[in-house]
Design a protein around this ligand. Structure first.
Ligand SMILES: Cc1cc2nc3c(=O)[nH]c(=O)nc-3n(C[C@H](O)[C@H](O)[C@H](O)COP(=O)(O)OP(=O)(O)OC[C@H]3O[C@@H](n4cnc5c(N)ncnc54)[C@H](O)[C@@H]3O)c2cc1C
Length: 438
């Protein structure tokens, strides 16, 4: 039977990964040893929700760990959970919400695995008050390709603890993760959606509203020009004090096949952006909403990445430090709206100053901008110009979303790379790492 290959979420670069599924923790060592012997190296693959090549093995032979999805321990008094690394955030929520607990940090999709959340030290809409996922990790177990199993925490194997949080899966295979949860009284959220007419208004709203909300994020219309440059919708939310404690599940419609060409293009983009902008009604009114549409709007359509067609798409996510943020974001948006390529999904978020224990964690105190572009050659020139601005402003790119960062930029953005390389497991290597280290 032909094995179906795995790809990263952006379907670009198009290197199909041969999956080697592992169902039991006790089998991991032998499978990893065989792959290293036969192919030189391998890499853990969670759910492939990284956009670029950081989840692609240099050998294209991955340890597929999604089946390692058992819960090991739960303390519902203190809100502490230990689970295998293949457990998804959705599976955590299904168990924790009825017990009055929520994820301490969640990215924009609940299909991410705990191993993937740890290896990319993911951040969410509460970075300004909650930091990254790694801030809530108490300990984890790491399997190295020499067969050793190491418990890592701030007190035990501390260097590997630091290097594995945001360590891009290069320090060993994470077998299980123990982390703290956030107490909630309801699954519902009180949500404010506010339209803003330009970047000045975004910064004013962010200063006014970030510190009184647990979660904030903004969508922007990155095709808008002139006075409308940077217009968008500011979304803020807090956990409700009352309501049901039930997981929000339900069938989702899906995209059944990969489109032959991108449905997101120069004809559809301006129309989509305008329509989305008009959808938020003006005025300040809180609405009650379940957590799923607030945190995971994109999850409502399964495999939406297929809309971008066979060539796939590229995400460009950067962060610019606070001092340079307003000027830098304005310049980036002007570059995009003046280019012949565009993005429907453009998200702005203020990152706070809670440091991550991780060595290579992406966020910096400042503003992060994430954009999805249909894959075209035109992107290459635009991204190069945007990278130059990041160098000037002291910003950097997010490896979990990257497809283009040059080796010199990576080393400039992440001078800690040498410490990670020194602790890297020689049996593990990604296409991303090879690209940025050579
Ligand atoms: C719609 C969408 C929204 C997103 N929103 C955000 C966001 O808001 N914030 C954010 O930070 N990210 C966001 N992301 C990115 C995503 O959260 C990360 O890329 C995440 O790491 C993917 O997890 P995964 O389980 O799919 O792992 P994969 O993509 O399969 O792998 C990610 C990395 O983890 C490593 N890894 C996986 N499992 C293990 C293991 N057991 N042991 C060792 N290493 C392992 C892999 O080797 C790889 O380096 C988003 C992605 C999508 C598609």
């Amino acid at each position: 039977m032909k094995t179906e290959l795995l790809y990263s979420w952006g379907l670009f670069p198009p290197f199909g990964q041969t999956p080697h599924p592992v169902f039991w923790r006790k089998d991991l060592n032998d499978t990893m040893a065989k792959l290293v012997r036969d192919h030189g190296s391998t890499l853990a693959f969670g759910n492939g929700l990284s956009y670029g090549d950081s989840c692609l093995a240099l050998s294209d032979q991955v340890l597929h760990l999604r089946h390692l999805k058992r819960f090991i321990f739960a303390d519902w008094e203190r809100g502490v959970l230990r689970a295998e690394a293949g457990v998804s955030l959705e599976e955590v929520l299904a168990l924790s919400i009825p017990n009055g607990w929520f994820l301490p940090v969640t990215p924009g999709t609940r299909h991410v695995t705990l191993g993937g959340a740890l290896a990319n030290d993911v951040h969410g809409k509460n970075h300004h008050v909650g930091g990254t996922f790694g801030c809530h990790v108490k300990r984890f177990c790491l399997l190295r390709s020499d067969g050793s199993e190491l418990i890592c925490s701030v007190d035990e194997n501390a260097a590997l603890f630091r290097a594995t949080i945001g360590g891009l899966g290069l320090t060993g295979i994470i077998l299980w993760v123990e982390f703290s949860l956030l107490a909630i009284a309801s699954r519902d959220m009180n949500v404010l959606n506010l339209r803003f007419g330009g970047l000045d208004e975004f910064f004013a709203l962010s200063s006014e509203l970030d510190h009184i909300h647990e979660y904030t994020v903004s969508w922007i219309d990155c095709l808008a020009k002139g006075r409308n440059l940077g217009r968008g919708i500011f979304m803020a939310g807090n956990h409700a004090k009352e309501g049901p404690l039930l997981p929000d599940t339900g069938a989702r419609p899906g995209i059944p096949f990969t489109f032959p060409f991108s449905a997101v293009n120069n004809l559809t983009l301006p129309w989509m952006n305008r329509l989305y902008y008009q959808m938020a009604s003006p005025g300040r009114k809180y609405i009650s909403q379940s957590y799923a549409p607030f945190f995971y709007p994109l999850d409502s359509i399964a495999e939406w990445n297929r809309c971008y067609g066979k060539k796939g798409f590229q995400q460009y996510q950067c962060v610019i430090p606070e001092k340079e943020a307003e000027h830098g974001i304005r310049k980036l948006l002007a570059m995009i709206s003046g280019s012949a390529t565009g993005s429907f999904l453009a998200v702005l978020k203020r990152c706070g100053n809670i440091p991550s224990p991780g060595l290579m964690s992406f966020p910096l105190p400042g503003i992060t901008l994430a954009l999805d572009f249909p894959r075209r050659d035109l992107n290459d020139d635009l991204f190069k110009k945007m990278d130059a601005l990041l160098r000037e402003t002291g910003g950097r790119l997010y490896p979990a979303k990257d497809t283009v960062m040059s080796a010199s930029d990576f080393k400039h953005f992440y001078p800690q790379w040498e410490e990670l390389e020194a602790l890297r497991d020689s049996g593990l290597c990604s296409r991303f790492w090879k690209r940025v280290i050579s």
